[in-house]
Write a protein that binds this ligand. Structure first.
Ligand code: NAP
Length: 235
């Protein structure tokens, strides 16, 4: 059986990815912060298919928790760094250093921590893959071209997602030659608690499209910044 670890699996896209892979017969390791949510997920899943990890990607203990649970499963086919929060403010004057640190900690350092813990287990899989859930707002090229000007998007979210894209590039550089495929994936605008207006698809539709895209576009010779059904996004 294939296995997938999904961070931020309690709701939104992470939960939809969890539902999708569980229904597809994968072993699923949902990383959630709430122990009650974790035990409900385990209780509702078929025996031996759900291994919840109760942790916060910003905590220093997350690496140990991921390592402990992955040791029980043995190998990891797919890691999805999905946990994230939106920025709260727009404009320099309203952007606090605290908010910037918080967003950077979740989207970049959190993904780094979980990937560090998962890497030895990914290397045991036949076709290991990492998906870092990015955003169209991470694109330096599109931002610099003025595409998002005057729309009130936060500094902090765009900075953090752009930095996370560089994490994807670094990971592909190091692990691509070992057979690990890395995706910086814009899921598109889907309905969730954190969605900005303009969402056009459900989280379930976004999850199914991601799973399909990864199956058909997996490659290890370069990292892709892409959106399912829309194609490559300029960095
Ligand atoms: N919504 C969109 O249209 C859209 C578009 C582009 C990209 N994205 C990205 O897609 C991802 C999922 O977004 P969403 O809209 O599904 O968000 P959401 O519904 O708000 O869910 C966010 C998830 O992340 C978890 N989380 C937040 N901080 C965490 C932490 N420190 N440690 C562990 N888990 C944490 C939350 O857990 P709790 O339940 O414990 O809070 C929740 O499960 C994010 O990375 C977001 O930036 C979303």
């Amino acid at each position: 059986m294939k296995s997938v670890l999904i961070t931020g699996a309690s709701r939104g896209l992470g939960r939809a990815l969890y539902d999708h892979y569980l229904a597809s017969g994968w072993i699923v390791l949902p990383l959630v912060r709430d122990p009650v949510v974790a035990s409900e997920m385990k209780k509702c899943a078929p025996e031996g298919q759900c291994y919840p990890i109760v942790s916060d990607v910003c905590s220093t203990e997350v690496e140990e928790s991921v390592n402990e649970t992955l040791t029980q499963v043995g190998k990891l086919d797919l890691l999805i760094n999905n946990a994230g929060i939106p920025g709260r403010s727009s404009g320099l004057e309203n952007t606090s250093a605290e908010e910037a640190e918080e967003l950077f900690n979740i989207h970049v350092v959190g993904a780094l921590r979980v990937t560090r813990a998962a890497a030895p287990f990914l290397q045991c899989a036949a076709e290991p893959t990492i998906i870092n859930i990015s955003s169209r707002l991470a694109s330096l090229a599109r931002s610099a071209a003025g595409e998002f000007a005057d729309q009130g998007f936060s500094y902090t979210y765009r900075i953090a997602k752009a930095a996370q894209n560089m994490l994807s590039v670094c990971l592909a550089e190091e692990f691509g030659p070992e057979g690990v495929a890395v995706f910086a994936m814009n899921p598109g605008q889907f309905v969730s608690e954190s969605a900005v207006s303009g969402a056009s698809i459900s989280a379930a539709e976004a999850a199914a499209a991601i799973a399909d895209w990864v199956t058909t576009h997996r490659q290890v010779d370069h990292v892709q910044f892409s959106q399912p059904n829309a194609g490559i996004i300029p960095w």
